[in-house]
Design a protein around this ligand. Sequence first.
Ligand code: SF4
Length: 455
Amino acid sequence: MSQSPDLHAFHRLQTSVKQFNVSGRTLLMPDMAPFGVRLIAASFRAVGVDAVVIDTYKGLSLGREFTSGKECFPCQVTLGDILHHLQQEKERLGTAFSPEQYVYFLPEADGPCRFGMYNKLQRLILDRFEEFKDIPITYVSTENSYATNGIMPADRAPSFRKLAFVAVIVADVLDRTVWRVRPYELQQGMTDAFMEKALETMVSLVEDLGASLDFHKLYRLLDDIVATACTFIDPRQPRRPRIGIVGEIYLRTHPDSNQNIVRQLEEFGGEVVDASLGEWVNFVAFERARKLRRQWKTAWQEKDHKTLRQVSKQLLGTEIEKLYQAWRQHQVYRCARKHLDIQTDHSIGQIERRLDGNRLFTFAIGTEAALSIGGALEYVHHGFDGIVNVFPFTCMPSTICSAILKPLLHQMRIPYLDAPYDGTIQPNREVALRTFLYQAKQHLASRLTGKNSKG
Ligand code: SF4
């Protein structure tokens, strides 16, 4: 008996959005944070997975054509990216195009957000194309802290995990180096030109490291890059107001989607720090430990010894991993901070403490809102002069974040701006950014003269 179309589509969500050993196929990765994604792709290649970062923002009209307009903007962008890439591949290869050659990588998250559904929705759309329906979608999930043993041979997954984490932190440090140096560069464009080459060198080194995990080579290269980059700063230029960005991770790190907000803020006179990728990875581990502790408590109350043993083991593993991450992160930042005072990353524990014993918000609700609210208050604590919340139009956690931060920061006299994006050009955006920067400059001036008591 043949299945109804609805049942068939449902079946495809289970059989063609799945974790499996992707070795031997080309792993197609959507672009996001430019340094971060390229170094994660290099980490995949280091363990034998042929990962490529696909072109971005060239297929937005396709992304829009196959969605209803109610989806989150990152879903439209990534859908457009994959459709555009596959159409280009088909054109390039002609009859040699073989869907079996590819696998599309689209991570997911558990919790209340629509992000957990992106890969399912995109499966249904890819299935409408006869030539693309045999391309499976694979993923890693926040549910198990992005475990990769489901998508690569088990003996390679632990090395990949360590390498990818360090690569993510290195990418954060490269980003922070750019943001600290570029606004003060001696010659316009020199920082970007240098960092583009530095990234290529770093990508090759990550690939070559492979399973050896000789991180000292990576640290030496990073040390050299930052030592060179800091010579680009013109010491005669006064320090600008520092602007902290929080918000939804895809939008705030994908320059095309946020219409290059970091550069715009720099152009109007700011020095910017965006919340890091490392912060998100640490948050995922932190959340997992919190859930495990809750399960442990329930098992203890119910005297369920079997579950208690299992959860204790998992909790111990997660806590060890958190310590490992903190140790590696410290090593990577130390390489850069020897030469340049880049902003250190917010610790998740500190972000939680900023929520004032759950008075302002609570991690128990889940989503990125807690991170953004606590992260914004951390920026304020470190003397930043303004906060921008960057997010996809209608994003649920960022709207919560806005509702809490706007009155709170107003009370503290810290300039604050909501920056929602949906791919359209808003004529008043530039005016809003310029006005915000004017307020941030005033805040800096008041802070330096000691007049801003509540900041
Ligand atoms: S975080 Fe925002 S953009 Fe992402 S899935 Fe949730 S609502 Fe959509």
